[in-house]
Design a protein around this ligand. Structure first.
Ligand SMILES: [Zn+2]
Length: 116
């Protein structure tokens, strides 16, 4: 019994990847969202350790880690976020990048979202 308790305790502090954000800016947004709900989310420091400026845009995918004990709560929040996001996606008029609905400005060039 004592062993099991110890094992669970260790597991609970372990970090797992809850979500892959499309880029570091989206990662910041999702992490902020999770943190407001009391989840200690953070960027997986191993995933995009290299200088961002040196990577092509499609390698900007950024992993977000949460403690195992908060994974299911995090997943729910992320699901809601994704649902809201994908229904409102918009394309930048300046650089044609796709932006999540939650972004008011283009993640790539900071052009404001066009009013619909
Ligand atoms: Zn743009």
């Amino acid at each position: 019994m004592a062993d099991t308790t110890l094992h669970v305790g260790t597991l609970m502090t372990q970090k797992v990847i809850a979500y892959y954000a499309a880029n570091p800016i989206e990662a910041e947004l999702v992490i902020g969202l999770l943190q407001t709900k009391g989840i200690s989310a953070a960027v997986n420091s191993n995933s995009s350790a290299g200088g961002i400026g040196e990577l092509p845009a499609d390698v900007l995918e950024t992993a977000i880690q949460v403690p195992v004990s908060q994974l299911s709560a995090a997943r729910e929040i992320i699901n809601d976020y994704e649902t809201a996001n994908h229904s409102n996606e918009w394309f930048c008029q300046n650089c044609q990048e796709k932006n999540p609905g939650s972004f008011e400005f283009c993640w790539s060039c900071q052009t404001p979202q066009p009013s619909q």
